[in-house]
Ligand binder design. Structure first.
Ligand code: GLV
Ligand code: MN
Ligand code: MN
Length: 420
């Protein structure tokens, strides 16, 4: 049975209602926080799995808790198009980051069926669980598993309660020994498509609802540990202190200065700090901090990292502190596939209006997927460019236009694939 096509306004309203429901799966009532392998992550898998099954997709959970929903090809079994994004969130997140890409994929597949359209390839929707790297320092680990580039040393990392990633996976019912089998064979894949909110201000500035991503900024994420000497806040004189926190404070200002001086959209952030032992009347003896450095090209990022390291070691030595760095993630700048950019671009152009392309400053599962599959991204305008913040918002009409563009991109690929 063929049903009338839903309008972008209707698709957007539907997307928004699904996103509102998904936001209720949270580890912190009152705000959206859904970290990898948490109870809220389990609830979100149940919910998204129900949405997939209700639309005829066959679901399965892989060894790293990525939820797959598959629609087989119409006609002989052929290759597949992967569509994905993530359903984990940062702490106190908005409702859209990651989740919209999964919702967009589900609604696009539903729309294809409603309109009675046929695809010569399977479509597999992937809801990744560990893009943000909030609970464990391994962002993109689930998409890395899909590409066979999972690093087994990640399994030994501990969350703030001392639980290792290996233990958390087993507790979730996953089998870390089967991670290699979660890799998807590249021969069978036409490409990977990810729809995501822009999380920046450019599309809004241009007055455009959608844009096609050219490349994703490279990123390095590290841990820094600074060791000083804990002591009594009332008795240790100022000039005899080895205060790990004030050492970090000086390093943080240096990181900011180096970030400001850099070229190529360089940004450098310390977003997470733990002060030990963490008592108001004790001089901090140890500080653990994160460091996140990104740029639109690799050279400015690598130069900045060298400078930060050198300056931090100099500051630590002057203050009688020890500093150690641990590199968790190092992903180079990632160009998106030209052919898939063109397919997205034709779909956006067919909706009318201007077409612009833009780079992504945020990291995405597409960076990991691009290691093995042709990959491309479509961005949706974000209000005021705000993200990683509960104020994150996109106009539902823009969301609906993105779903429609994804439908048209699949049809565009179907036309090409039909000729192969
Ligand atoms: C993900 O949101 C990232 O860019 O870190
Ligand atoms: Mn994010
Ligand atoms: Mn995201």
């Amino acid at each position: 049975m063929t049903l009338p096509a839903r309008s972008p306004a209707d698709l957007g309203a539907l997307a928004q209602s699904l996103l509102d429901d998904l936001a209720l799966a949270t580890d912190e009532p009152g705000r959206v926080t859904r970290t990898y392998l948490s109870p809220a992550h389990a609830r979100s898998i149940d919910l998204v799995g129900d949405w997939m099954r209700a639309r005829g997709l066959a679901t399965r959970l892989d060894a790293v808790a990525t939820l797959h929903g598959r629609r087989e090809a119409d006609g002989p079994a052929g290759r597949s198009v992967l569509i994905g994004s993530h359903i984990d969130t940062v702490v106190d997140a908005g409702k859209l980051d990651g989740c919209f890409g999964v919702v967009a994929g589900i609604l696009a597949v539903e729309e294809i069926a409603r309109r009675g359209l046929a695809l010569p390839f399977a479509v597999e929707i992937l809801a990744f669980g560990d893009e943000e790297g909030v609970r464990f320092p391994s962002p993109l680990s689930s998409s890395s598993a899909a590409t066979g580039t999972y690093r087994r040393e990640w399994l030994a990392a501990r969350d703030r309660d001392g639980v290792t990633l290996d233990e958390a996976l087993r507790g979730f019912g996953c089998d870390p020994d089967a991670i290699a089998a979660a890799a998807i064979a590249p021969e069978g894949v036409i490409g990977y498509l990810e729809v995501h909110i822009e999380q920046g201000p450019r599309l809004e500035h241009w007055g455009l609802p959608l844009g096609v991503v050219t490349s994703i900024a490279g990123q390095t994420r590290m841990g820094m540990t600074i060791e000083g000497m804990a002591g009594h806040a009332g008795t240790v004189p100022m000039d005899l202190r080895r205060d790990a926190f004030t050492g970090l404070a000086e390093i943080a200002l240096t990181v900011e200065r180096i970030g400001r001086q850099g070229t190529g959209d360089l940004v450098a952030t310390i977003g997470k700090v733990a002060v030990r032992p963490g008592a108001g009347n004790t001089v901090p003896g140890r500080v653990e901090a994160s460091l996140d450095v990104r740029a639109s090209a690799d050279a400015p990022r690598l130069v900045a990292l060298d400078r930060i390291r050198h300056e931090a070691e100099r500051i630590a030595a002057r203050r009688g502190l020890k500093i150690a760095f641990e590199r968790h993630v190092d992903v180079p700048t990632c160009p998106m596939d030209e052919r898939l950019q063109e397919a997205f671009s034709r779909a956006v152009a067919s909706l009318g209006g201007d077409l612009r392309r833009l780079p992504s400053g945020a990291g995405h599962d597409a960076m990991a997927m691009a290691r093995r599959f042709p990959s491309a991204m479509l961005f949706v305008r974000s209000k005021a460019g705000i993200s990683h913040n509960p104020l994150e918002w996109s106009d539902p009409l823009d969301l609906g236009l993105a779903v429609e563009a994804l439908v048209r991109t699949l049809l565009d690929l179907a036309a090409t694939e039909g000729r192969v």
